[in-house]
Design a protein around this ligand. Structure first.
Ligand SMILES: [Fe+2]
Length: 445
């Protein structure tokens, strides 16, 4: 068949099709509006309570989930009625971070040790192309929340949780205990995650947990000192889409990629956050060459040295450091400083292949600068390592998330506060609602 005949035949077939008498057909159900069209207007756009992230003396992050394409914002003020509120949109300069999952809003230029009130909202956006965008109007969470920035004048009171591992029963007890203790801020000391392959699962962990206290972080901001599990899975390679990196002004340009480290004053306490990263070497076959934790830890060493030399940190009466993997362990097979690679006993230790462990790199700096306490996690078993002459900093290892009384395993919330010129730390076992350890530290200055 030549082309002309084919075209003639096609026309004839089209005519034949047109000649078929109409029969009654059920009209297809109209397709549900997609997120690009602004989503289903009957579904609230705001899909979670706000989560305060990365508290600092002059900044605060606010994250929340949305159900459709949205452009989120935060309205904040020092006045409880939001008088003269400032509105900050999601994202940074140039274009906003319009998307259909998570709104990340950074409040900057704040005053230290100051109480702010805020409300979240988002514009519903119909996006059908670069020139086919429509703002369908704002939806606001009617609740007004508050937070207090960190700084030397802030109340020196923190709480720590760790190894929550998406175990909702434990996590529910954790957030209830933190709400009861009412700290200025909390530190999530790693392993919030298991292995997360989707952003939806991260949203569930941080923004929409399956607990009754869904606004657990709406007034108590969380710092994140990540654990090894917080790096695992495709989605966790970009955890910053749900738990944003800290503000760049907190560090030098050289350290631009150290977005999880923190060093700031919370009243009389200097809070130091470190990221021990994966607990296995970058060269492990299962990692396929896709991790760079070894240079990451080296870079943090220089950062830590300079952070500890800062005048505001130096003059702090108390310095408390936080990292997921313990920097000290009297059992050599148990993760001494983030370099364990025994594969559950299958592999021999091969420390010689590592330049230096976290313990070797960071431990002496903690000693040199008279850090009183390191709070770690990772082993799912509460433990206290009293200071020694050689290692003058104490170490508390928090427990979680499953209960195993034979192994001294329970979920902890560690409470630290300055009272009467001393740092008082209480370790709460939230499974049994009891205090299992109380420690007091004297001023270092
Ligand atoms: Fe863990």
């Amino acid at each position: 068949m030549n082309r002309r005949e084919f075209l003639k035949g096609s026309v004839a077939m089209a005519g034949a099709a047109a000649a078929v008498p109409c029969v009654a057909q059920t009209a297809p159900a109209p397709a549900a509006p997609t997120s690009a069209e602004g989503g289903d207007p009957s579904v609230p756009l705001l899909a979670s309570a706000p989560m305060l992230q990365n508290p600092a003396p002059t900044s605060m992050g606010v994250a929340f989930a949305v159900s459709a394409m949205a452009n989120g914002f935060v309205e904040y003020s020092t006045s409880p009625d939001l008088k003269d509120a400032v509105t900050v949109k999601c994202g940074g300069f140039r274009v906003t971070d319009m998307n259909d999952k998570v709104m990340l809003v950074r409040l900057t230029g704040l005053k230290p040790a100051t109480k702010y009130y805020y409300r979240i909202g988002a514009d519903r956006i119909s996006y059908k192309g670069g020139y086919k965008m429509k703002n369908l109007g704002p939806e606001r969470d009617p609740r007004i929340y508050s937070f207090t920035t960190a700084g030397e004048g802030a109340e020196a009171h923190f709480c720590v949780c760790n190894d929550t591992h998406v175990k909702w029963a434990s996590f529910g007890l954790v957030v209830d205990k933190i709400a009861e203790l009412k700290p200025t801020l909390a530190v999530w000391n790693g392993d919030a995650c298991n292995t997360q392959e989707t952003i939806e699962s991260q949203i569930e962990i941080f923004l929409n947990p399956q607990v009754s206290r869904k606004d657990y972080a709406a007034e108590i901001p969380f710092c994140l000192a990540p654990g090894n599990h917080d790096q695992r899975g495709l989605a966790n390679r970009h955890l910053e889409r749900v738990f944003m990196f800290r503000q760049p002004e907190e560090r030098s340009a050289r350290d631009w990629d150290l977005g999880r480290n923190f060093a700031f004053r919370l009243g009389d306490i200097a809070m130091i956050g470190l990221d021990t990263g994966e607990d296995k070497p970058d060269r492990r076959d299962v990692f396929a060459g896709l991790f760079s934790n070894e240079p990451y830890r080296v870079a943090q060493t220089q950062w830590l040295k300079e952070a500890l030399e800062r005048p505001d940190i130096q003059k702090a009466p108390f310095i408390v450091a936080f990292c997921h993997i313990p920097l000290f362990d009297d059992r050599p097979w148990a993760n001494p400083g983030g370099i364990c690679d025994n594969g559950g006993g299958k592999y021999k230790h091969d420390f010689a292949l590592w330049e230096k462990s976290c313990a070797e790199m960071w431990g002496p700096l903690l000693k040199q600068h008279h850090v009183q306490l390191l709070i770690a996690a990772h082993e799912h078993e509460y433990r206290y390592d009293a200071p020694t002459a050689e290692r003058p900093w104490a170490q508390i290892v928090g427990g979680g998330p499953l209960l195993n009384e034979k192994l001294n395993r329970f979920q902890t919330v560690i409470d630290g506060r300055v009272e009467g010129g001393e740092l008082k730390v209480a370790v709460h076992d939230v499974h049994h609602n009891r205090i299992v350890g109380s420690f007091t530290y004297k001023s270092r200055v």
